[in-house]
Design a protein around this ligand. Structure first.
Ligand SMILES: Nc1ncnc2c1ncn2[C@@H]1O[C@H](COP(=O)(O)OP(=O)(O)O)[C@@H](O)[C@H]1O
Ligand SMILES: [Mg+2]
Length: 384
């Protein structure tokens, strides 16, 4: 009788405990569910072989895959370097946890996702490893910001150096200019000089003078650029500016098989902007197009420049039929110092400077490219 009572009491106690465990389990489940549904981080769990068994909402957003697309696949499939990720997973299973500060995953669209990844191993009651849990924070935006800051810093440094160089160049340029002016007077007045020699000397002096003016123009532009002055906006005709730009490049184009075609009318296309800055952008983009066409070795090299009113501004398309831009280079185009040209020909400064100038003007520069076919750079210039 006694033992029956004991048994009943024990049963009651166990039932109570069971009920409280049930509540606890329910709460823990709710807690987990809440984290998996709401955390912006990528949270996943795998079994001991690395096959995904759980994938949070944040993970779906970060990698672009739905839960159904991921469950049952090895988590390493989503890493940029699967074998490196496997090593991290292995070291997590041996040490109980692992942290990598900048790990790269691949988004479904192919883009790179930078993550700060922490992995922990899941164990059963006996302490045996049954899987891995990963919590990864997407730091792609942060990385980009950091890269941009480094670029801005380098740009500022280059600005300082360029300003110094430009300033130093002005004095010798002034001396050359003065000396050539004086030499011109001497040659003009020199008695006993054959006409043909005089002409040849004067032509040479004219060339020296023209090139000196060009150098001075460049140093002034550099100084203007580094001074970071606000754009000086004025009413200007985009068509005239474009024709002038191509004229400026004429000496380069003269000996090359590249044809430049203007796809616009003779009518003016007026905006309020800074002609100096715009010209700098046009020169850079058209020069790049010329290089692209020449490098591609196509016999019928062509550059088409088109304009149109767009939104409250003007759109300029500069299209070339050069070699296009390979996929792996496309997101590096506006990076400081990115160049595919040999030293002496490319500096990798053209496009970052163009972007900087277009931002100053409140505009935009973008491109579309078809590897092997050609590239179109599009500039959008606000109307005022
Ligand atoms: N129209 C174009 N077609 C193909 N590639 C281009 C074009 N414009 C720019 N590029 C690529 O972008 C790189 C960077 O251009 P840029 O910043 O002007 O520097 P740089 O001309 O000194 O190399 C070039 O080296 C080239 O590889
Ligand atoms: Mg360039």
């Amino acid at each position: 009788m006694e033992s029956n009572n004991d048994l009943a009491a024990e049963l009651k106690k166990v039932t109570r405990e069971l009920a409280s465990y049930k509540i606890e389990l329910h709460q823990t489940r709710g807690y987990l569910h809440c984290i998996l549904q709401n955390s912006r981080d990528m949270i996943f769990a795998t079994d001991v072989t690395g096959i995904v068994v759980s994938f949070s909402k944040g993970a779906e957003k970060i990698l672009g895959y739905s839960l159904a697309e991921v469950i049952g696949r090895p988590i390493t499939d989503f890493a940029e370097d699967p074998s490196a990720f496997e090593q991290v997973m292995n070291s997590c299973q041996t040490d109980g946890c692992a942290v990598t500060l900048d790990f790269h995953f691949r988004h479904k669209d192919g883009s790179r996702v930078h993550c700060h990844a922490s992995l922990m191993s899941l164990t059963n009651r006996e302490g045996g490893v049954v899987g891995t849990v990963g919590v990864c924070t997407d730091i792609t935006q942060w990385k980009k910001l950091q890269d941009d800051l480094v670029q801005v810093d380098r740009l500022a440094e280059i600005g300082r150096i360029a300003a110094g160089v430009a300033h130093e160049m002005n004095n010798p340029l002034a001396v050359i200019s003065e000396a050539s002016g004086w030499a011109r007077e001497v040659v003009t007045d020199a008695a006993g000089l054959a006409d043909v020699d005089r002409k040849e000397l004067l032509d040479t002096l004219e060339k020296i003078d023209a090139q000196t003016r060009r150098c001075r123009h460049i140093t002034h532009r550099l100084l203007d650029f580094t001074r970071d002055s606000a754009p000086a906006k004025q009413a200007l005709d985009i068509h005239e500016l474009l024709r002038g730009t191509v004229e400026l490049l004429r000496p380069e184009l003269k000996h090359s098989p590249v044809k430049v075609e203007f796809g616009f009318s003779d009518d003016p296309l007026m905006v309020r902007s800074d002609p100096r800055l715009l010209e700098q952008v046009f020169v850079n983009v058209v020069t790049n197009a010329v290089h692209a066409v020449l490098e591609s070795g196509k016999p019928d090299g062509q550059i088409a420049i088109r304009t149109a009113r767009y939104d409250s501004g003007v759109q300029v398309d500069i299209e070339d039929n050069g070699g296009g831009i390979p996929k792996e280079n496309q997101d590096k185009m506006f990076k400081l110092f990115f160049t595919t040209k040999p030293p002496g020909k490319g500096t990798g400064l053209g496009l970052p400077i163009c972007r900087n100038l277009m931002e100053k003007l409140g505009g935009e520069i973008t491109f579309e490219t078809e590897p092997g076919q050609g590239t179109t750079f599009t500039l959008w210039i606000p109307g005022d």
